[in-house]
Design a protein around this ligand. Structure first.
Ligand SMILES: Nc1ncnc2c1ncn2[C@@H]1O[C@H](COP(=O)(O)OP(=O)(O)OP(=O)(O)O)[C@@H](O)[C@H]1O
Length: 942
């Protein structure tokens, strides 16, 4: 392994130790050896009850874990040293991981009391973000993946394993798809094969350098054959084999070079078998993470009514990977429907599943020989619920549910074995006895009997000796150092019999033993010690026996996880009034259907599943998006455009994961991908400007969308000059419509874009509106046909708390702009809000072939096939020109009001501002520069 340059002073053997290598004490020499052998990690070296680090590593540990930096002195030098208590290591290890360190635990691997000379130590575990197995360092409801990527020409292999559960997945794809899949799986740590040339990823995995040899096709075959008898059967190409082979080789290395017995199945999948959701879509639809006012409210959080950790991880996997196979989707929907209709079974299931332990992680711990007796008991408790769960499912009518019920193996043998072998409430430690149940092993029972008899003899001894000696105050006791003793106070010493042997002198008394007591003591201790060690051996045998059933237990875990998710989806559907979606075959209208239903997306009274939970009153909206249709959505800021678009995507995603949907009804096609270009976010880490990022996301969509895709575009083109932005938006709309044929929702503030509906058959306008009373704007949040006529941007600025003078001034400017627009022949319609009322559930019943706005509110320019260019004729310049003229003629507005005389200084400032505006080269202005300029001008006007 190569040392990580970044951690040079911390990883590898300390140079100051190497300088005096031959003189080092045996222990430090052992430390230096282990550091050299594991120079890709910070070695924590067990010394008694502590993990110690020395020199540079000690400084890192002291700094990161906030522990004292001490020193160890010997004849060869003074070595900085820092340690963390082994019993309490988890929190410190977490800090080291968070700080980006890889940690190697060098444990004492022989009993210090039995060692002759130096205790043997070895690295037993590497702790890195992708290889952690300790419960305290893992998130219960989330898979933690270790990943590996391999490349052969244009083909990539990608494999991940969750070392805490044994789940192992492998896939192969071209670069774009492989990267998308990598983003979706987001492994915490990544082993990257030769020449993979990965770009900056949106998540931040630890990249681990590992022997290139592990990626060699033959070596990889050999590694994989330890997990699959026929390696060729689980992968479809060499590059996939190389990825999964190297992955497992590294995972073995991290577990102290041992096979991961609990990886019982390597599952190959094709990304195309799932609804493709790239990282951008997952992020912008806020499936798992959200920012802003609703931070923490995500689709996952709305759905997460799971009863156990197995279910929680499975729910996440289903949401990340909705299906595209209609049969499988319907099977899930049938199951959810059956449970939704059966409140009793649902409640019973919830009750049973909530006492289910994390079987996947339990099995992994059992296989890794890390499970305690309590873990085995937890396994038994979980298996106890299986017959009850099966019974609950007896009457429920769904193919999938009965399949799951049938795969719930009751594992009676395992259950009985644990029950017979392990006491009901075992201690946490497995080496100190009290673990194995009575009656399980005859030899153990004998030993325990001997020890018990001995103790009984001792407890009778006190009365016996009191009687024999006549000393009433005589006491029999025990302590760790001296063992059993007979204590006689000083005044009675003259009555002590001859067979008493002095053991210890105290201030007021003497302690004795008799030869018989000593004999009994040895017998008791021998029996107890032998019993403890026999118990440990027996426990390990039981654990190993259970481990041989890993695959069967994992199958039960799998079924329980699915059940918990189906039950959860049913609960959520009932609690939130979701409806079962209907799927159709897409492309054309269903044969025989004459009810005007199209082959696209039809949603009756759809809601946004997250926003509706945070909003007092959510206004449901209909959606009618034909196959290949492009809906241009206009409307004021804050009117609900983004929410509406996202809710359509979320309905499709929910439906394809097998969930009911937030709507009265939904008739849907199976979509192959959901693309989003939503919101402008800077990718500073990736070195891209807002606009660059926007354009690369757009490129991605235009290249990869198909006529089965759903595309959401939110304000495409906003990040550049108005003219360019509009041109790009228009060209993109035409391209999506003419070439791609994807179902598209496009929210825009470019009102001129709405003209596209006149040119392209499948393009139509929708709008959101608002009403204004006494200067106060009320958003209706209700979608209606046709384009919007007003943006209310100024009112939103007012709502947001922009100072009144600025708002007032902006209002005047807008009025001036409208006048200018009229002067240049740009028409605005006057129907705003005419067809909707607050709270109204507007019915959007557009026939599939009617792609034009029904109300005739089309806006016209002189040449509405061409996007306007910057120039005196364009509406934008018309607006600006009117404004500037107004200023120069002594008016602040273009409506003829003369406010000029009031403040000559203000006028001078305004003129300066106008000059600067006139000279500004908007085409070459970046959004940030524009913002700065605007803010400066505003400040001066104020
Ligand atoms: N259907 C609805 N019912 C009730 N409230 C809604 C609805 N849709 C949106 N809202 C509320 O309005 C807010 C603004 O919505 P949204 O962000 O979708 O507006 P927008 O038109 O996309 O705004 P902008 O153009 O500024 O991006 C939401 O955060 C939500 O609180």
């Amino acid at each position: 392994m190569n040392a990580d340059a970044q951690h040079e002073a911390v990883y590898g053997a300390p140079s100051e130790m190497l300088a005096v290598r031959d003189d080092l004490t045996p222990m430090l020499s052992q430390y230096a050896d282990l550091c050299e052998a594991h120079d890709d990690a910070l070695v924590l070296f067990q010394v008694g009850d502590f993990y110690e680090a020395f020199c540079g590593a000690a400084e890192a540990v002291a700094r990161t874990c906030e522990v004292t930096l001490t020193k160890r002195e010997d004849s060869t030098g003074t070595w900085p040293m820092a340690g963390i208590p082994i019993d309490n290591a988890a929190g410190y290890l977490e800090r080291l991981l968070d700080a980006g360190y890889r940690v190697a635990l060098a444990d004492q691997v022989e009993d210090a009391s039995e060692a002759s000379g130096l205790v043997d130590r070895a690295v037993t575990q590497l702790i890195t973000p992708g290889t952690v197995v300790d419960e305290e360092l893992l998130e219960a409801g989330r898979a933690t993946y270790l990943g590996a990527v391999a490349r052969e020409g244009d083909d990539y292999g990608l494999a991940v394993v969750d070392v805490s559960t044994g789940e192992c997945l492998v896939t192969g794809a071209d670069r774009a798809l492989a990267l998308e899949e990598l983003e979706r799986l987001a492994p915490a740590e990544l082993v990257v094969g030769p020449n993979c040339d990965l770009p900056t990823l949106s998540f931040d995995p630890m990249e681990t350098p590992f022997e290139e040899g592990a990626f060699d096709p033959e070596t990889a075959r050999e590694t994989l054959s330890r997990y699959a008898p026929r390696p060729e059967a689980v992968v479809e190409s060499t590059v996939e084999r190389r990825a999964v082979g190297a992955l497992l080789a590294y995972a073995e290395y991290a577990q102290g070079d041992s096979k991961l017995e609990y990886v019982t199945r390597v599952t190959r999948f094709d990304p195309r078998e799932f609804l493709q959701l790239d990282a951008t879509a997952i992020r912008s639809l806020e499936l798992f993470d959200s920012r802003g006012a609703r931070a923490g409210s995500t689709l996952f959080s709305v759905l997460d009514e799971t009863a156990c950790a197995l279910g929680r991880r499975r729910l996440e996997a289903w949401l990340r990977r909705p299906l595209v196979e209609r049969g499988a989707i319907e099977a899930r929907l049938d199951a959810v429907g059956a449970l939704a209709d059966d409140a009793l079974s649902r409640a019973d299931l919830r009750d049973h599943l909530s006492s289910v332990y994390d079987l996947e992680r339990l099995v992994a711990r059992i296989s890794r020989e890390r499970a305690s007796a309590r873990d085995l008991r937890s396994l038994k408790t979980t298996l106890d619920r299986v017959p009850e769960i099966r019974e609950t499912l007896d009457g429920v009518d769904s193919g999938l549910l009965s399949d799951l019920r049938d795969s719930l193996d009751e594992l009676e043998g395992v259950r009985d074995h644990i029950d017979r072998a392990i006491v009901a409430d075992p201690p946490q430690e497995i080496t100190e006895g009290g673990v194995i149940a009575e009656g399980y092993d005859a030899e153990l029972d004998d030993l325990r009997g001997t020890a018990e008899d001995g103790r009984a003899w001792v407890s009778n001894l006190e009365a016996h000796e009191q009687e024999r000696t006549g000393i009433d105050s005589l006491e029999v006791g025990y302590n760790q150092v001296h063992g059993y003793y007979i204590e006689v106070t000083n005044p009675n010493l003259d009555r002590v019999p001859d067979d008493y042997v002095r053991r210890q002198t105290l201030k007021n008394s003497e302690r004795f033993y008799t030869p018989e007591l000593k004999e009994r003591e040895e017998e008791i201790l021998r029996a107890a010690e032998r019993a403890d060690s026999l118990e440990y051996d027996l426990f390990c045998e039981v654990r190993a026996d259970v481990a041989t059933e890993s695959a069967r237990i994992q199958a039960v875990a799998d079924a329980l996880a699915d059940l918990d998710v189906l039950r959860t989806l049913a609960d959520v559907a009932v609690a939130n009034d979701y409806a079962r979606p209907d799927f159709h075959d897409g492309e054309t209208e269903d044969e025989g259907s004459n009810d005007g239903t199209s082959a696209g997306i039809e949603i009756d009274a759809g809601r946004h599943p997250v926003v509706e939970r945070t909003q007092d009153e959510f206004v449901p909206n209909p959606t009618s998006l034909p196959q290949g249709g492009v809906a241009l959505i206009t409307g004021p800021n804050m009117s609900g455009k983004s929410t509406y678009m996202r809710q359509v995507a979320l309905v499709c995603i929910l439906a394809q994961m097998g969930s009911f949907v937030p709507a009265n009804a939904a008739r849907l096609p199976v979509v192959d991908r959901v693309f989003t270009r939503v919101g402008a976010s800077d990718d500073i880490a990736g070195g891209q400007s807002t606009f660059m990022r926007e354009m690369s996301e757009l490129t991605e969509i235009l290249h990869n969308a198909t006529d089965d895709s759903l595309v959401l575009l939110d304000e495409v083109g906003r990040g550049t000059s108005t003219a360019d932005g509009l041109a790009i938006a228009r060209a993109a709309t035409e391209f999506v419509h003419d070439e791609v044929g994807a179902m598209t929702l496009f929210a825009t503030h470019y009102h001129d874009l709405t003209d596209t509906a006149d040119e392209c058959e499948g393009v139509f306008n929708l709008h959101f509106s608002a009403t204004q009373t006494d200067g106060e704007v009320t958003f209706l949040h209700s979608v209606a046909e046709g384009p919007s006529s007003s943006s209310y941007g100024v009112e939103v600025a007012h709502l947001a708390g922009v100072p009144a003078t600025v708002v007032e001034r902006a209002r005047n400017l807008v009025e001036a702009g409208d006048a200018g627009a009229e002067a240049t022949g740009t028409e605005t319609d006057g129907d705003e809000g005419s067809n909707t009322k607050p709270g109204q559930r507007s019915a959007h019943t557009r026939p599939a072939d009617d792609t034009r706005p029904a109300d005739g509110n089309t806006r016209h320019t002189d040449d509405d096939t061409q996007p306007p260019r910057d120039g005196p004729e364009s509406p934008q310049d018309g607006t600006l020109a009117a404004y500037v003229d107004g200023l120069e003629n002594g008016h602040r507005t273009a409506d003829g009001d003369d406010h000029h005389e009031t403040d000559p200084t203000a006028d001078a400032v305004a003129r300066d501002v106008a000059d600067e505006l006139r000279e500004a080269d908007l085409v070459d202005t970046t959004p940030l520069e524009a913002l700065n300029l605007l803010s400066d001008l505003k400040r001066r006007l104020e």
